[in-house]
Ligand binder design. Structure first.
Ligand SMILES: [Zn+2]
Length: 299
């Protein structure tokens, strides 16, 4: 069965509106602009993508606004949808900020969700809890980058993701999209404090992600970046079982930020091989790369 006729929807992308004005990153590379991203999309069969603003300063030199994402989605309506984003410390940072008006406004001008939230605060902090309540109320899914501590970016959780579990339980009608190394290393039960913020190789057995997915129907999987794709590619037999069991909550993504990154091509080849070898059915492949996203995004 051929996968080439099934165009993908990418749940996770970022672009700079003015990449030429952005300082090079630590490795000398610059963030991609829209045209560079479309080149990748044409090569790996992505029809459209969800643009995720990055508005928290941790891990970045400058932010990438909701307004830019909205602007780009209007400029390239066949290629981009967009999420808005919010930092819990915005405006007053006194624990009293009303987030609902801000999120309501972004929803009214077309935002389909919220994220990627990368703010370096606890995922179950009172402010995050209130943001989740607003999103739940407004029917906006949230995409989280989970971090391991206060040294980089991402909403922080401990080993085993107990704080995320608290939020999954407290907000049963909110769709949480899980992403990052710290999220995906929990796919295996041998994860430790030393391995959790990395991209481990090797076989996978029943880790916390499987437990959380079984317990909470509002948790969804974002397979973007090296973190998400590696969680499947490190153990193809486990990947086949995982996609079969959670076929309605798995989502394809790229998170291609720097020109020359190879992981989207490797992941593309992996998925094609899994379908060709019969390890993933064409029905589940279609859910993964397209129809689950269509449902979440209301397309
Ligand atoms: Zn990202």
């Amino acid at each position: 069965m051929k996968t080439s006729g099934i165009k993908k929807i990418d749940i996770h992308s970022h672009v700079q509106l003015f990449p030429e004005y952005m300082p090079p990153l630590y490795n000398g590379k610059t963030f991609v602009g829209a045209e560079q991203l479309f080149k990748l999309f044409d090569e790996i069969g992505v029809e459209k993508s969800v643009l995720l603003p990055l508005i928290s300063i941790e891990g970045q030199v400058s932010v990438n606004s909701c307004e830019e994402a909205k602007y780009l989605s209007e400029k390239y309506p066949d290629r981009f949808l967009w999420f808005c984003n919010i930092d819990p410390r915005c405006i007053s940072n006194d624990g009293k900020q009303d987030y609902s008006k801000i999120l309501e406004f972004y929803k009214s001008i077309g935002a389909r969700g919220v994220g990627e939230i990368t703010s370096n605060v606890y995922v179950d902090s009172p402010d995050m809890d209130r943001i989740f309540s607003c999103c739940e109320e407004l029917g906006l899914p949230v995409l989280l980058h989970i971090g391991a501590g206060f040294y980089s970016y991402g909403v922080v959780d401990d080993l085993g993701l107990p704080r995320l579990e608290k939020m999954l339980k407290a907000h049963p009608d909110l769709i949480f999209l899980g992403h990052s190394q710290v999220f995906w290393t929990e796919i295996s039960s041998d994860n430790t404090d030393a391995t959790r913020d990395s991209w481990p190789a090797g076989k996978v057995d029943g880790g916390r992600i499987t437990e959380l997915l079984r317990e909470y129907g509002n948790l969804y999987c974002d397979f973007s970046a090296t973190s998400g794709s590696n969680a499947l590619m490190r153990d193809p037999e486990h990947a086949a079982r995982f996609i079969e069991e959670f076929s309605d909550r798995v989502l394809y993504g790229t998170d291609y930020c720097l020109e020359g990154q190879s992981f989207p091509y490797k992941f593309n080849d992996f998925l094609n091989e899994m379908v060709e070898s019969g390890n993933i059915s064409i029905e589940n492949y279609t859910k993964l790369v397209r129809t689950n996203a269509e449902k979440i995004l209301g397309l």
